[in-house]
Design a protein around this ligand. Structure first.
Ligand code: GUN
Length: 283
């Protein structure tokens, strides 16, 4: 069976549209998300366009600030200071990756933690690992939401995450652990990766290599979550990190690319923006 992130995110967005209309009546304005996009990376441009469309559909005010990839780090930091101070900005998202001459860690740390809708600020990351209230990173949050909506019981399950990035691998491993799964984090230096992934009852793949996971790496009946967004080198079409056609018959549940994790990430970003807005209005 296929877990449709497209359908689930559409339901979430419909619910949020109603909620945002209520909030706008209650507080006199809608939540406001500001996205900073540096450069013209096609992947980043497409994400940012998706975010803007979702905001429009839900009634969240959206501002996209674009700068050329020659922008200085000082200018980016100054922009963030302005957005931090602006009472009518509820969420700030800096699209990653940034050009190499800009220190990503410094930029992320400059965002006020209360406006960090990505959940990337060091204080949000710390709160996640300490199991304290925080803004959850969007992709991991969306993955757990999909698993729960599909009725997957995580308690006691063997979960394997391939990839250890700050954006996906590490936080999704922590969220799976919080659901009482037994979690293994595999990566490029893992010895005999197929032997490790074949143990997985739940397999989350976030490595960014087209069709890296082949059928021999997956156990019968596994739940497979594909976070990859790649171009198939042969066909030029969008594809995941998982060889979907070969694995779909073996898996009990699998997410497609496109229409799987991607739309859930955006829906969770919308949720985070609403949460930041509500917390601010209630402070
Ligand atoms: N680049 C790839 N994924 C993400 C994300 O979730 N947030 C931001 N800001 N940049 C990204």
């Amino acid at each position: 069976m296929i877990i449709s992130g497209k359908d689930l995110s559409a339901q979430m967005k419909a619910d949020m549209a109603v909620e945002v209309a209520d909030l706008a009546r209650k507080y006199g304005r809608a939540p406001h998300l500001v996205v900073l996009l540096v450069g013209e990376d096609p992947g980043s441009v497409s994400y940012v366009t998706g975010k803007a469309k979702a905001c429009e559909a839900i009634g969240i005010r959206n501002t996209t600030i674009r700068r050329p990839d020659t922008v200085s780090e000082a200018e980016v930091l100054q922009l963030i200071d302005q957005l931090n101070a602006d009472d009518e900005v509820d969420g700030i998202l800096v699209q990653l990756p940034l050009p190499r001459h800009i220190d990503e860690d410094r930029v992320i740390a400059a965002i006020r933690k209360e406006k960090d809708v990505d959940g990337f600020h060091p204080l949000n990351v710390a709160s996640l690992w300490l199991k304290q209230p925080c803004t959850l990173p969007c992709t991991p949050k969306g993955i757990i939401r999909m698993l729960k909506s599909a009725g997957v019981q995580l308690e006691g399950k063997r979960a394997v995450v391939i990839g250890r990035s700050n954006i996906v691998g590490l936080p999704v491993a922590k969220l799976l652990l919080d659901e009482n799964a037994t979690v293994t984090i595999a990566h490029s230096r893992t010895r005999d990766l197929p032997a490790v992934t074949r143990q997985a009852e739940v397999l989350v793949v976030a490595i960014g290599r087209p069709k890296f996971v082949t059928a021999d790496m997956v156990a019968d009946g596994a739940v497979v979550i594909d976070v990859g967004v790649n171009r198939d080198p042969q066909t030029g079409k969008l594809c995941g990190d998982v060889d979907f056609a070969a694995i779909e018959p073996k898996a009990s549940l699998i997410t497609p690319v496109p229409g799987g994790v991607g739309p859930m990430t955006i829906a969770c970003l919308m949720e985070n923006t609403i949460e930041c807005f509500v917390r601010k209005m209630e402070r």
